[in-house]
Design a protein around this ligand. Structure first.
Ligand SMILES: Cc1cc2nc3c(=O)[nH]c(=O)nc-3n(C[C@H](O)[C@H](O)[C@H](O)COP(=O)(O)OP(=O)(O)OC[C@H]3O[C@@H](n4cnc5c(N)ncnc54)[C@H](O)[C@@H]3O)c2cc1C
Length: 471
């Protein structure tokens, strides 16, 4: 009898269980998933209430990375995936307290429509001139590992970085662009510089290439998709399939201690129960994996512990449309760090996904918290609700009481791929070589998006069951 235990029932751990049971020629006899919470999915948390679909964590995943779509197809739910509302696609950026439409023609987040850039009120004329320098500046020869902030400022100027690029890019990580590693987050931007001599030139070439391939203007298809009644559909389908495949799925199973007295791994749960296993995948946040590994590999544990995390929260509020003195004519807005707000962004869910709110209702979702600013936030439900309501009052003029609200607090949820991250992950993987049958999965290493997490589960299975190299 061979056994694989996976700790963590988020999308990475559940995917790992699925791949362990469907991919190898000789799957383990037993696959057990241990999840400490009382529900599956980790950060994927959908609530369906009074005709509203409320996402507490992610609300879409990118279709371009193949692993999310492929899993949805295998689970038979691909036909339930849809994009965001194609009729009202505007996104806004807050600038000096007012909403400005994001200039059109962004390709890979880089402006490629000169008319739109000239017209935008987001950037001053000197700032726009500085952006034009991107066409003249030669590529940096060997800049070493750069932060996103330094790289974009070097190419397009600091003003364009702060007003336009930072809120779009840092929002994905709730991060600080001056700390985030370009190589670990948006490596293709450096490729554009190296291959085409500049960012805008490179983005224009990528746009032409995409138009040739798709025969349509970029942006005509939604880049992000989601199941009709929320991302929990993905988790529900995965859990159902795992049950059919014979996996043992255990909620309320908090793994507290790990040992390896001989060749088998020995786990202790908070209940006092112990389990031995041939193969083990830690699909937990890096700091939890660190805690489990510390007793027998303090060096590996320290590397894992050094991955910083930011805390974040989402506050969703519902109002009758009549109480919202704004047309909500788009997907929402992002807030640059320099605006000094405690909120990071606001999604107009009822416009982005009209079927997720009953007719005549507005569903708004405010993101709170970003790396380095945690201390400014009262992380209680009431404190977060106050911040969200203040944000809606200041920007959209909403003063009414919400009909309903939901607050999701995610402490230490977003791993920060700061400068040094790629090297650290390299050392972590090298450290794992000391422990046959052990692998790591999840959002802390090679990508935080859902498709990346699914892929991390597949890679971890390859490593423990087939001895594949993980890189
Ligand atoms: C607010 C928010 C919005 C986001 N938006 C998007 C988006 O739109 N699109 C996108 O692609 N991504 C988005 N992300 C990122 C994405 O949701 C996450 O990176 C991904 O879901 C993480 O999956 P995971 O399995 O690695 O980790 P998790 O979901 O964190 O799962 C880890 C699991 O391990 C469990 N666990 C921890 N310790 C133990 C233990 N000792 N024993 C047993 N179990 C344990 C936890 O309870 C948890 O369920 C968002 C994230 C957040 C927080």
């Amino acid at each position: 009898m061979t056994r694989l235990v996976i700790i963590g029932g988020g999308i990475a751990g559940l995917s790992a269980a699925y791949f362990a049971l469907t991919r190898p020629q000789n799957p383990p006899d037993e696959v057990i998933v241990l999840e400490k919470a009382d529900c599956w999915g980790g950060k994927i948390a959908t609530e369906r209430v009074d005709g509203f679909v409320i996402e507490g964590g992610p609300d879409t995943f990118i279709a371009m990375k193949p692993w999310g779509m492929a899993l949805a197809r295998e689970l038979g739910i691909a036909d339930r995936l849809h994009g965001s509302n194609p009729k009202q696609k505007a996104t806004y950026i807050l600038h000096q307290g007012r909403l400005h439409p994001l200039p059109g023609g962004l390709t890979m987040m880089i402006p490629t429509d000169f008319g739109g850039m000239l017209r935008t009120g987001l950037i001053s004329w000197p700032g726009k001139l500085r952006m034009g320098l991107d066409f003249l500046l030669p590529p940096a020869k060997s800049p070493g590992e750069e932060s996103l902030g330094r790289f974009v400022s070097r190419r397009l100027g600091r003003e364009a970085y702060e007003a336009l690029i930072e809120p779009l890019m840092s929002g994905i990580y709730a991060g600080d662009g001056d700390q985030l590693s370009l190589q670990a987050t948006f490596p293709y931007l450096r490729d554009l510089e190296v291959k085409h001599g500049g960012l805008v030139r490179g983005a224009l070439a990528a746009k032409r290439e995409r138009m040739k391939r798709n025969g349509a203007a970029p942006g005509s298809r939604s880049m992000f998709v989601t199941p009709r009644t929320g991302l929990a559909e993905l988790v529900e389908a995965l859990v159902a399939r795992l049950r059919e495949l014979g996996a043992e799925l255990r909620l309320g199973a908090d793994a507290t201690h790990l040992a390896r007295p001989r060749t088998l791994y020995q786990l202790t749960l908070a209940s006092g129960e112990t389990l031995t296993t041939d193969y083990l995948i830690l699909a937990t946040p890096a700091f939890v994996s660190a805690r489990l590994l510390r007793p027998y590999d303090p060096e590996l544990a320290s590397l894992l512990d050094a991955i910083p995390y930011a805390s974040t929260a989402t506050v969703t509020l519902a109002y009758p449309l009549a109480d919202v003195p704004h047309p909500l004519d788009g997907y929402g807005y992002v807030i640059p760090r320099k605006e000094g707000r405690r909120a990071l962004a606001c999604t107009w869910t009822s416009t982005k996904f009209p079927h997720r709110a009953p007719e005549g209702m507005a569903l708004l979702r405010v993101f709170v918290g970003r790396a380095g600013q945690e201390a400014a936030i009262d992380w209680t439900e009431e404190g977060l609700l106050d911040i969200a309501r203040e944000e809606l009052r200041l920007t959209l003029g909403v003063t009414a009481e919400p009909l309903l609200h939901r607050v999701f607090i995610w402490p230490r949820a977003m791993p920060q791929y700061n400068v040094g991250h790629p090297a650290r992950v390299g050392r972590i993987l090298a450290g794992l070589d000391r422990w046959p049958g052990l692998a790591l999965a999840g959002n802390a290493y090679h990508g935080i998006g859902i498709p990346d997490c699914i892929h991390s589960g597949e890679m971890a299975v390859g490593r423990v069951l087939r001895g594949d190299e993980q890189d």
